[in-house]
Design a protein. Structure first.
Length: 135
């Protein structure tokens, strides 16, 4: 959408804009109507119904499976969070999803857990990424 509107504004005033692709797509409709707020509203509604950002906050935990599951379970004791995963691989990944209003609580709880874990050298490394752009 950003690229389409950016390309369209570079044309002369009153010059026609040619759209290729499916005219029924939401993106094409928004450019044809020159209505980006409508598009943004629809996208936000869809993402809200799917419990995806920006209506939620997401923490991505990466590390050894046992370690990230321990952190995820510990978070769920303090904050109402949906635990998605683990996604096996090297390293494993878990997603913690909370309502937007609980985002600060999630950050505080994760910080407290990680400070406690870092004091024990036996604990394995867990990487936390809050609200990744590509989620």
């Amino acid at each position: 959408m950003r690229r389409a509107f950016s390309a369209a504004v570079r044309g002369r005033v009153g010059a026609p804009i040619v759209l290729t692709g499916d005219p029924g797509q939401r993106e094409s409709q928004a450019v044809a109507r020159w209505d980006s707020p409508w598009f943004a509203g629809r996208e936000y509604l869809d993402r809200s119904q799917a419990h995806l950002p920006p209506s939620t906050r997401v923490a991505v935990l990466t590390g050894e499976r046992e370690a990230i599951m321990a952190v995820g379970t510990k978070v769920q004791e303090s904050v109402t969070a949906r635990l998605m995963g683990p996604i096996d691989g090297e390293p494993s990944t878990v997603f913690l999803v909370v309502r937007r209003a609980d985002g600060n609580s999630l950050s505080q709880v994760l910080g407290q857990i990680m400070r406690t874990r870092s004091a024990d050298p036996k604990n394995s490394f867990v990487r936390i990424h809050m609200d990744p752009r590509d989620f």
